[in-house]
Design a protein around this ligand. Structure first.
Ligand SMILES: O=C(O)CCC(=O)C(=O)O
Ligand SMILES: [Fe+2]
Length: 334
């Protein structure tokens, strides 16, 4: 049996290399997106130190008393997610009918065993951010805003690499992402018993694809993220933490729509980490991760862009705005 190896791309070659190196790195990135919907980036410009700080803030936020997190609770609906979503709120299983089809019948709702904090761009007027007060968690808002800007910047460089890799005009993708409408998410997966997972109605996250253009992800040392083996649809391969300060990037639905299915969204889930040694007394330890959903500017269309529409490949998706699309998809999650 051959296990798929997800390629590593040294992104510093795109950021700082010669024209030839930039072109090669961009091609590797785009090939991995097309083939797997996923890639791992090394030397992406976010330091190991900074990633450690993400885990510290993750622990600080999720360690707050429930009544403090309740002050910024997210209310389910089609509005963009802001503030704290408690366990059992977002239900990724609803995004793919295969989840219900594959589950043991009559076992009830398929829930995610996770809580998260979400925020949008600074000073978002349409969907205001909800941060804990300075009294409840001093420094959190400042850290998150700095992190947002940093990772939005890396995302736009990845979009530039996609422009080069696909031979698209400069700014044809980057220009669709400004002003920023992206979302940053901090995640906590509480400890969970194997017994509970074995009911077949609970997963850390059910197989799903994300709604934005691309998703940038850091996971802690425990692991658990898995991507689809496209040779065997709806089966999954773990992305083992390599210890290399890697940034995992997956393609999402807006990219699939823009490229008229040339770049398909990467299907993924969060499962029991593959090393059984991580399991103590029948419990899987808690896990932290953080994701950044690069989103198109809200007024931009998520229909196919002109370079991906030809006589042989007519437009598959309708022209609706990124905001309409996002709200439609968010509503399905509850
Ligand atoms: O925690 C992870 O590794 C994945 C999270 C995820 O897929 C999501 O929030 O969309
Ligand atoms: Fe996801």
């Amino acid at each position: 049996m051959t296990v798929i190896q997800l390629p590593f791309v040294d992104f510093s070659l795109f950021l700082h290399g010669t024209a030839d190196q930039r072109g090669k790195a961009a091609k590797q990135l785009v090939d991995s997106f097309v083939n797997h919907g996923f890639v791992r980036l090394q030397k992406h410009g976010i330091s190991r130190d900074f990633v450690q700080q993400i885990w510290e803030w993750d622990r600080a936020f999720f360690g707050l008393p429930e009544e403090v997190k309740m002050k910024i609770v997210h209310h389910p609906g089609s509005d963009l997610q802001r503030g704290w979503s408690r366990k059992g709120t977002e239900t990724t299983s609803k995004l793919f009918k295969e989840n219900a089809e594959n589950s043991p019948k009559g076992k009830g709702e398929l829930l995610d065993e996770k809580e998260h904090f979400d925020c949008g761009p600074h000073g978002d007027i349409e969907f205001p951010n909800k941060f804990p007060s300075d009294k409840d968690l001093p420094g959190f808002k400042e850290f998150i805003e700095k992190y947002f800007d940093m990772v939005q910047g890396v995302s736009l460089e990845i979009m530039r690499a996609c422009e080069v890799g696909f031979g698209l005009p400069e700014n044809s993708l980057v220009g669709l992402c400004t002003p920023a409408a992206s979302e940053l998410r901090m995640l906590h997966y509480p400890p969970v018993s194997l017994e509970r997972l074995e009911t077949g109605t609970i997963k850390r996250a059910w197989p799903h694809t994300d709604f934005g253009i691309i998703t940038l992800l850091f996971q802690d040392g425990l692991g658990g993220l898995e991507f689809e083996d496209r040779n065997k649809p709806f089966t999954f391969v773990p992305i083992l933490p390599s210890g290399e300060n890697e940034l995992i990037v997956n393609t999402s639905q807006t990219f699939q729509r823009w490229t008229n299915d040339v770049v398909k969204a990467g299907l993924h889930q969060v499962n029991v980490p593959p090393h059984m040694s991580a399991i103590t007394d029948g419990y899987i330890p808690e896990r932290y991760s953080s994701v950044f959903f690069l989103k198109a500017h809200r007024e931009v269309s998520v229909g196919p862009i002109e370079q991906f529409v030809t006589e042989d490949r007519p437009a598959i998706y309708p022209d609706i705005t990124a905001l309409q699309y996002q709200q439609e998809m968010t509503g399905i999650l509850y």
